[in-house]
Design a protein around this ligand. Structure first.
Ligand SMILES: [Zn+2]
Length: 277
């Protein structure tokens, strides 16, 4: 009897333990379920949050594009302003005043004390009211002066082809690596070089079979110098051909006045005497 009671009590304990274990495992299951539900809820919230953020970003972009559109629509207005400004160009006419010190030509609107209207304006823009002293300009040789300022046929031809006449008397050419890529677009011509800009003067006499160029023209085959110079130059604008008499005149003028030309002529005499030609 006692044994039966003991067995019953032990069985009861076992059952309670089993029930407890079951309850505990159920609880664990529930907790796990809860955890997974919570996790999925958090994930859902995160997704929602991301979607909301994306929406906000899109909205912001759309608003910005509206702003851009607004500025775009304002552009024609600003164009109108610039057109107005363009139409309202201030034209001061020709400069009618002269600086009292060096006779520089000036506009009345360039005067000192702009707020004060006067019949005898003072100017500082040219020589700081006489403080900057410039040496008087040297008068060019008469032949050149006449070509540069005269009204005759030769003067007109000279001014029309002035770059050709200038380049045919150069002693050397410009040397360097010229960047030709820079002028591909629109806008004014740009001359850009890389590295050191210099040029060796080269030999005093042309190589066998070559035509004389630059300083060689002062030394070699000077009996035909005028024609050699014209041949060595790209001739003017085509409409107004270079005039041999002007070339000859410039040649004499330089021989008389230019120390470099005189030096090369001395070299020519040395070569002549030594019979190099
Ligand atoms: Zn002045």
């Amino acid at each position: 009897m006692e044994n039966q009671l003991k067995e019953q009590a032990s069985n009861n304990r076992k059952r309670r333990k089993e029930q407890l274990d079951l309850k505990r495992s159920k609880k664990i299951l529930v907790t796990r379920e809860e955890a997974s539900v919570k996790k999925s809820r958090v994930a859902r919230m995160k997704r929602k949050e991301i979607i909301k953020q994306n929406k906000d970003k899109r909205r912001a972009r759309t608003e910005n594009s509206h702003i851009c559109e607004d500025t775009n629509t304002q552009e024609p207005r600003s164009n109108t302003v610039s057109e107005e400004a363009h139409n309202n160009i201030w034209n001061f006419g020709k400069p009618t005043h002269r600086c009292q010190y060096y006779s520089a030509l000036l506009w009345y609107e360039e005067r000192l004390r702009l707020k004060v209207g006067t019949k005898r304006p003072a100017f500082g823009i040219c020589c700081k009211q006489g403080k900057i002293k410039l040496p008087p300009r040297k008068k060019p040789p008469a032949y050149l002066d006449n070509l540069a300022t005269g009204d005759g046929k030769n003067s007109k031809n000279y001014r029309k082809n002035i770059r050709s006449y200038n380049s045919m008397f150069l002693f050397t050419s410009t040397g360097g690596i010229v960047d030709k890529e820079i002028n591909k677009g629109h806008g004014p011509y740009v001359f850009r070089m890389h590295g050191q800009n210099y040029h060796h003067i080269g030999t005093l006499l042309p190589e066998q079979g070559s035509k004389p160029r630059w300083a060689q023209l002062y030394i070699y085959d000077t009996e035909n110098e005028v024609q050699n110079r014209i041949s060595a130059t790209r001739c003017g604008d085509g409409k107004t051909p270079l005039d041999p008499s002007i070339v000859s005149g410039l040649q004499s003028m330089l021989d008389e006045n230019n120390v470099l030309a005189q030096s090369f002529r001395m070299a020519r005499e040395r070569f002549k005497n030594l019979d190099y030609q």
